[in-house]
Design a protein around this ligand. Structure first.
Ligand SMILES: *[C@@H]1O[C@H](CO)[C@@H](O)[C@H](O)[C@H]1NC(C)=O
Ligand SMILES: *[C@@H]1O[C@H](CO)[C@@H](O)[C@H](O)[C@H]1NC(C)=O
Ligand SMILES: *[C@@H]1O[C@H](CO)[C@@H](O)[C@H](O)[C@H]1NC(C)=O
Ligand SMILES: [Zn+2]
Length: 429
């Protein structure tokens, strides 16, 4: 997959318009090539469906239209579809939000659940086709690049999951499969949390296998890092900048603390640093937002920073304790700079996933997914298997160059089918 990944970047780096990565072409030739690319999409139900869902904008909180489209499509395939409405939060201009839950006939509690998310990050980027870049001029169908917001994350997974399920059911109508397409993954996990707390997620679990779809470059993911967020807050005392000794600068107080926190990445756990692990390497810390002060001639009375840590090991509270201790030690606990962790149930511990199906590369990733938003109530009984797999690369997923190849999408259908059949074989009815 590495090579096709490179070709995506090569095409997108050098061009903003369709086909311009090619030698300059006459208009007639361009038109001809464009028609050829269109035909590739139109002649494939998978690629057409993928186009249709990418063309419907679905930035988090505006997933309704794409949800309705997917429901209509699955109805037309004679599947049973439930809309799982997410209760509103009372915000102004709130749109209806729902997860799409799908199964065959009346099999509401299937053995195998495949899931991905239908929301995307902003901004919307239109769908476009890009002829693969080949010096030789050779044209490979599978290298055709499809760009647009959500083409990878996660509508590539959504389309591949649906076609893998349809093909599996076509060959084996009794396969006990369910599909869950949820909303809000990119924001807060609202959709998966709602499913998790619903009557579709019973104790003990009714499913034995869950396959999560996210861009993994067609590898199985052995685990992903967890994460926490917190604020660092400094309170000082305002004064005229001509008489700074009458005040106390919150900005001067917060800066060295933030610098110290950044250093925790490289300090061993024994010495008060962040936790690292063999599987994930270091925990990493990012100071993503910083604000404070009022004007150049006022000693700042207030400053705050919002920080996130990607956790390579331990629990969320383990890392909260490390951060708290580091700040207390550094400031001598004088209260000039404090940490606000907010909700102590928030954040997510690192997640460890199953990789016991042959024929896949195995990787780890640093991003969060819906995996941590689903509580599986399998304590003390046979563990539910969890797999994380999908087409496309996370490196382009949230960028303005989000794109995937035809080859990756088609290979993902085969990959999901292999994961499904491995699960069916492990637990025959
Ligand atoms: C759905 O069911 C109807 C009625 O049984 C049948 O005519 C139709 O072919 C089915 N469609 C698909 C896509 O299976
Ligand atoms: C599906 O299940 C039904 C009822 O258990 C059985 O009669 C049928 O042979 C099964 N079909 C396949 C393809 O396994
Ligand atoms: C973290 O610790 C707090 C305070 O002891 C506790 O209330 C909370 O449940 C813990 N969070 C987790 C995720 O265990
Ligand atoms: Zn995603």
């Amino acid at each position: 997959m590495k090579s096709s990944h490179r070709s995506i970047l090569a095409v997108l780096a050098g061009t903003t318009t369709v086909l311009s990565a090619q030698q300059p072409l006459g208009e007639a030739v361009q038109q001809q090539t464009h028609t050829k690319l269109e035909e590739i999409i139109i002649s494939s139900p998978l690629l057409s469906f993928h186009r249709n869902i990418v063309e419907i904008p679905s930035i988090s909180e505006s997933e309704k239209n794409v949800g309705e489209y997917i429901i209509d499509f699955l109805h037309s395939q004679n599947l049973t579809v439930e809309k799982q409405i997410i209760p509103g939060t009372g915000k102004e201009n709130e749109k209806e939000r729902f997860n799409v839950y799908v199964y065959t006939g009346e099999n509401r509690y299937p053995d195998i659940l495949l899931t991905s998310h239908i929301d995307t990050v902003p901004p919307y980027i239109p769908y476009s086709l890009h002829s693969p870049f080949r010096r030789s001029g050779a044209f490979n169908r599978e290298d055709l690049v499809i760009a647009g917001r959500g083409s990878v994350d996660a509508k590539g997974s959504v389309a591949a999951i649906i076609f893998a399920a349809l093909e599996t059911l076509n060959e084996n109508p009794n396969a006990s499969l369910g599909l869950l397409f949820d909303v809000g993954e990119e924001q807060s996990g609202a959709g998966m949390r709602h499913f998790s707390d619903s009557d579709l997620n019973l104790t003990p679990p009714t499913y034995h296998t869950i396959i999560f779809g996210e861009p993994t470059e067609l590898s199985l993911v052995a685990g992903h890092k967890g994460g926490i967020r917190f604020k660092v807050i400094a309170n000082g005392k305002a004064a005229h900048s001509g008489y700074p000794w009458l005040g106390k600068s919150a900005i001067s107080a917060i800066l060295p603390v933030l610098q110290h926190l950044e250093e925790l990445e490289d300090i061993g756990f024994e010495d008060g640093g962040l936790i690292s692990s063999e599987l994930f390497g270091k925990s990493t810390l990012n100071i993503g937002l910083l604000s404070g002060g009022l004007a150049a001639n006022v000693v700042p009375a207030y400053a705050e920073a919002t920080v996130s840590v990607r956790l390579a090991g331990g629990s969320t509270n383990d890392t909260r304790r490390i951060i708290q201790r580091a700040v207390d030690r550094f400031t001598g606990g004088d209260g000039s700079v404090v940490v606000d962790f907010g909700d102590l149930e928030g954040g997510a511990a690192p997640q460890y996933l199953d990789v016991d199906v042959d024929g896949f590369d195995v990787i780890t990733v640093n991003y969060g997914t819906d995996v941590s938003s689903l509580d599986i109530h399998d304590e003390g009984i046979k563990k539910v298997k969890r797999y994380l797999y999908g087409p496309g690369s996370i490196h382009v997923a949230h960028g303005d160059n989000e794109a995937i190849t035809v080859g990756e999408l088609e290979e993902a259908v085969e990959g999901y089918k292999r994961l499904i059949s491995a699960a069916l074989e492990k637990y025959p009815r």
